[in-house]
Design a protein around this ligand. Structure first.
Ligand code: GDP
Length: 316
């Protein structure tokens, strides 16, 4: 890697969404950079309120912004709260990007998600697959908002010359995850369900058929990739942030059971949705920028289970 194109040293970096799983990992990661991290408490600042965000940013004068704040949730929450997933995310993006342009932020990283891609995108999914086909209906509300965020960042780049970039992380997991079974993603759900089945000696219930395939990335690896992109990337296209390999939900269930140490019965619940059949991203662009993930899936699951046992997380 040549000279660092963007220097974080001495910069005031606002991590919006610092209480979430990704935001808190980014705050942890930035602690080893010589920058000043600034955060806004949820009581202090409503990110959906454009006027409030503008005022706060004018006072705080961030030089770098990482937009990790979003209304997020698993397959069920997404499907049952379409207004919150679409409206709140559109409002948050609009407020923060508009504010960032207004106060002359030097660099902004917008975080999206792999669900922006078409349901039947060719695998592994390249960045260019965006908007080439219909979305997965169970999370299209969130996906539409995130696609709008990518385009708004690009629009600011084009029209005002702002150095706004976008990263699309795959399914993330790790300390600080949401373990509320009605709102969580599959990884924290399985950690909780397998743990509780171990305590009761009962069965582990896997939603859907267990056949969908998903890619998982440990959240601290994602945070490291975000810092890498801030420093080394400045271009129009969003960048996939993934681990490069996927597993079936049933394989993941078996892995979680090994880590937790439970060998009881497993059943599927076909009344729950499967969602998109496969979601594996092409990591080539990020690898080309000199970044690769460090945490193997088994190690990440073990760390996540330890954090769960330690009470780190929401919905517990
Ligand atoms: P997705 O990647 O947007 O589909 O979101 P999820 O992480 O919520 O779901 C991924 C896959 O795991 C889907 O096929 C779900 O049906 C399956 N799955 C199996 N058990 C569970 C569970 O307990 N909770 C969730 N959220 N998903 C589960």
């Amino acid at each position: 890697m040549g000279a660092v194109p963007f220097e974080l040293i001495g910069k005031r970096v606002w991590v919006a969404g610092h209480r979430g799983m990704v935001g808190s990992a980014i705050v942890r990661r930035l602690a080893s950079e010589a920058c000043e991290v600034i955060i806004a408490g949820r009581d202090e600042l409503d990110l959906t309120d454009q006027r409030a965000v503008l005022g706060w940013m004018h006072n705080q004068r961030p030089e770098v912004v990482v937009l990790a704040a979003a209304r997020v949730g698993g397959i069920l929450a997404n499907d049952s709260m379409p207004v919150e997933f679409l409206r709140d995310n559109l409002l948050i993006e609009t407020s923060v990007l508009t504010g960032a342009e207004s106060v002359g932020v030097e660099k902004l990283l917008f975080l999206g998600s792999s669900c922006i891609y078409p349901k039947h995108a060719a695998q592994p999914i390249k960045e260019e697959a965006l908007l080439t086909g219909p979305l997965e209906p169970t999370n299209e509300w969130y996906a539409i908002a995130k696609i709008a965020g990518i385009k708004l960042a690009l629009a600011y780049r084009r029209q005002y010359g702002c150095d706004f970039i976008s990263a699309m992380p795959t399914n993330l997991y790790g300390p600080g995850d949401n373990f509320d079974l009605n709102a969580s993603h599959v990884m924290p759900a399985l950690i909780r369900k397998v743990h509780e089945a171990k305590l009761s000696g009962g069965e582990v219930v896997v939603w859907g058929s267990g056949t969908p395939r998903r890619e998982f990335l440990y959240v601290d690896d994602c945070a490291d990739a975000c810092v890498h992109l801030l420093r080394h990337y400045s271009d129009d296209s969003h960048v996939n942030v993934g681990s490069g390999s996927d597993v079936s939900i049933m394989e993941l269930t078996r892995l979680v059971m090994e880590v937790v140490g439970y060998n009881g019965p497993v059943v599927t619940d076909p009344s729950k949705p499967d969602g998109t059949p496969r979601k594996l991203m092409d990591n080539g662009k990020l690898a080309g920028l000199g970044w690769t993930p460090k945490t193997a899936l088994r190690d990440g699951v073990a760390k996540s289970y330890a954090a769960f046992l330690n009470g780190e997380g929401r919905g517990l």
